[in-house]
Design a binder for this molecule. Sequence first.
Ligand SMILES: [Fe+2]
Length: 289
Amino acid sequence: MITVDDLAYVRIGTQDLDTQIEFVQRIVGLELMERTETTAHFRSDDRYQSVIFEQGEPRSLASAFQLRDQAALDAAAEHLRSQGLEVTAGTAEDCALRHVRGMISFVSPGNNVVELVTGMTQVVSRPVRFTRPAGITEFGHLGLEVPDVEAGQRFWSDNFGFLISDWIGDRACLMRFDPVHHKLALFNEATGLGHVNFQVGSFDDIMRSWNFLKKQGVKIQMGPGRHPQSTAIFLYFYGPEDVTWEYSFGVREIHGEWTPRRFDPTLPDFIDMWQGALTDGPTWSEDHA
Ligand SMILES: [Fe+2]
């Protein structure tokens, strides 16, 4: 079994690095830690980075988790290979790009590239220089789209020991590896909810951001609302190239016994206790076509 310590980062491809940088700084509010000719690294907390944009095809490139040390990474590689997966060791160049000491990658169900890293640089000597007071406290969770959510769940439970927090029909499985209700969400493609989440410090932060985003003409995907599963108050919005961002506040922690629940996606409050709808209207890319 592979033990994950925490989320590491997501890597996202972009055809227009400058536009992404402008949006992330002006709207999302993350600190630009580093800009190279082809990459931009954004910090949200003690991690050197939680988001890396890379010039190229506009798509998700990888989702990464932190492992304790090199021995854990070696054991993870061996375990995954024993399960028939192809595991690639990161080169020195790969590690340098990601500010990690060691890295392996593999393709998880749904064709999602996953990177396991160790020794990612932490920045604890100074606070994050947020570029907007969104109230961000932490990189919260990530979503992966999979064709078969149950098969995806089995993969993450069997190989990584991730626990099931809740099901949303057969559309989504919310999984945890520490007390936080979910740090990995598996969605089938139909949901279109692949997104990058940041926790914020208060309900007021959510509402202030909602007004700010509307004033800036940013497309809201959903919210403000409240997830019945995690009890988190959420706000989803689209950035360039339809990268979906989320702020949320008040995620449930699970300590001790917990029985996964199943939510019915045909009911109006299956994902929002306040029964808000997914926003109709164009996404960012439709609007800029
Ligand atoms: Fe989320």
